[in-house]
Design a binder for this molecule. Structure first.
Ligand code: MEV
Length: 381
């Protein structure tokens, strides 16, 4: 992760739009500012999707105050909902005073599924024996990925998916890409060989968006006194945040709203960087329901005079390919962020989610979300 300078831009919200752009320009140069001012040109949009007739703009803001693994990070957020950016900045300010967020991320392994119907009984054994050959066939379809050090890593057979069906999982190191196109191509490339080995009919060949091997985690520990807010002691707020988390654990109706607040931050960053936020949403909700009941993606507890928070969720995101490259504002966002790898972006995404969740729960535990929101609308953070 490369820093673009301090993220503590005190009073940023009070500046005019021109003054904010001047600050960004001092860091990234005039070209970046021109790009963000121009937005998405119509001819680029026309090449991105079919039947283009126009462009829907969204505000792009910058969440301030983030310190992630010791690095100062400005977090670009594209979102239509007011208060999200101010709330995340506010929470990040509390966390920064306590040393910032600490993160880690799994290797960028994305999984393709190949469905095999009516396989012969010894198909799993035959496929396991041919693993090296299958990996080679998969790799041959993605020479560029291979030359950069990525590639297919593992073939697994799942037999717990109904009668007359087995599912092959092809695990692929996608480096800095989200990987959908890569693994879909590989899945198609290996399917002839798989049909031959298994005597099966090939069914679907597509990635799974349940990216449970590609999770990102973040945590923070905030001294209670740092949480005090109008009319509420830090301890009251912290205990309220922890209690709100217990509520989400006990009630899926609450857990969904709790997680929606997390996705306020996550999605805003993913939209700003041209990532497939629907894929991350789908994987995140599946992770939230992995134990059979839908639960919260974050944990909060009070311990040793501090509010301890953590988040863990699948985070299949990339900084190369797709809209991340095609969309000039997504390129601007990635530059502002200083993300050097897909893993860097994943780390920031979970921090944005944890910060958004903290802001929402602290407001709910204190003055209530409407008053909190109104205060943020008035830009008094
Ligand atoms: C609103 O966009 C998000 C919240 O509803 C999240 C929550 O209730 O935790 C405030």
């Amino acid at each position: 992760m490369k820093t673009q300078g301090t993220s503590r831009l005190s009073g940023f919200y009070r500046k005019t739009l021109e003054e904010r752009l001047e600050i960004i320009g001092r860091r990234l140069g005039d070209r970046a500012v021109e790009a963000v001012k121009r937005g998405l040109p119509l001819d680029v949009a026309d090449n991105m999707v079919e039947n283009t007739v126009g462009i829907l703009g969204l505000p792009l803001g910058v969440a301030t105050n983030f310190v992630i693994d010791g690095v100062e990070v400005l977090v670009p957020m594209a979102i239509e909902e007011p208060s999200v950016i101010a709330a995340a900045s506010n929470a990040a300010r509390m966390v920064r005073g306590a040393g910032g967020f600490v993160t880690d991320v799994d290797p960028p392994h994305t999984v393709a599924q190949i469905e095999l119907l009516d396989p012969r009984p010894d198909a799993p054994a035959r496929i396991a024996e041919a693993e090296a050959e299958l990996l080679e066939v998969a790799d041959a379809s993605q020479p560029e990925l291979l030359s950069l050090g990525g590639g297919a890593r593992l073939v697994e057979t799942r037999e717990d998916v109904g009668r007359d069906r087995i599912v092959i999982h092809l695990v692929v190191d996608c480096l800095d890409a989200m990987g959908a196109n890569i693994v879909n191509t590989m899945a198609e490339a290996v399917s002839t060989k798989l049909a031959e080995l298994s005597g099966a009919r090939v069914g679907l060949r597509i990635l799974t968006n349940f990216a449970d091997r590609r999770r990102a985690r973040a945590r923070c520990a905030i001294p209670l006194e740092a949480l005090a807010r109008r009319g509420f002691s830090g301890e009251q707020v912290a205990r309220g945040v922890a209690a709100a988390c217990e509520f989400a654990k006990a009630d899926p109706y609450r857990a969904v709203t709790h997680n929606k607040g997390i996705f306020n931050g996550v999605d805003a960053l993913l939209v700003a960087t041209g990532n497939d936020w629907r894929a991350v949403e789908a994987g995140g909700h599946a992770w939230a329901a992995r134990n059979g009941t839908y639960g919260p993606l974050t944990q909060w507890r009070v311990e040793g005079g501090r509010l301890m928070g953590s988040i863990e969720m699948p985070m299949a995101v990339g900084i190369v390919g797709g809209a991340s490259r095609a969309h000039p504002v997504a390129r601007f966002s990635l530059e502002l962020l200083g993300a050097e790898t897909g893993g860097d972006l994943a780390k920031v995404a979970v921090c944005a989610g944890l910060a958004s969740n903290l802001a929402a729960l602290a407001a709910l535990a204190g003055e209530g979300i409407q008053r909190g929101h109104m205060r943020l609308h008035a830009r008094k953070t």
